[in-house]
Design a protein around this ligand. Sequence first.
Ligand SMILES: [Zn+2]
Length: 248
Amino acid sequence: MSREKGKGLPVKRAVLSFLNFLFPSFCRICGKGLKGSEYIVCQECRQEALPFAFRHPVLPLEKGRLLSFYRFQGKVKDMIYLFKYQGCMPLGPLLFDQVIDRFEEKPIPYDLLQPVPLTRRKRRRRGYNQSRLLAAYLSGRWKIPTGDLVAKKRETLPQALLGKRERSRNLSGSFALKKGVDSTAWKGKSLLVVDDVFTTGATFEELYKTLEPLGLSRIDILTLAVADAPPATSVINPEEPAFNAENG
Ligand SMILES: [Zn+2]
């Protein structure tokens, strides 16, 4: 588990840049040779991963709010794919790292960061849970503990393959509160769910249902990217502080 800790990132960077020096390697996206401190993905490709809606990344959801930093397209999609499926573990935190400073000074009032869990089987096969890596990184930056209130009980089909109705059926009952979670200890607390990509929200609907008995005061969502970004008209007041739960 220690390799999932976000604080190991600078060390990992140094090691990777040293390895790149010894064994020049190539950008996993465009194939150009990597130079200097570059690792996995070259600087040009990284710069094409443009964040969107810096000023108004908070979108209204029925039961909580979503903050997302990128559109799930182009180089961002490539980088998230490498991060999630190709074992390129530093890339997810790196995508946060490129934008997170904009939010550093904002009050972050959450009591707990909850990564979206994987089944034990999938976690073992992949070797890591990408959401947990993201949460671990944020936990290091924001000094908010990472929690483990929820477990994924059974394997589900990839949401991307399914229509909207099938998606919620696919996930129905797939999460459960972890054994040993004190159902009275979380009343009135606030939670931030962390994941890589927001698609239809079906996963979060399921998580909300699972977490409901705990009586949390609010559950918001933070993802690296959003797949189907809503039109600008559905965005909350752009002048509103980007990530301040006290504002509603
Ligand atoms: Zn490149």
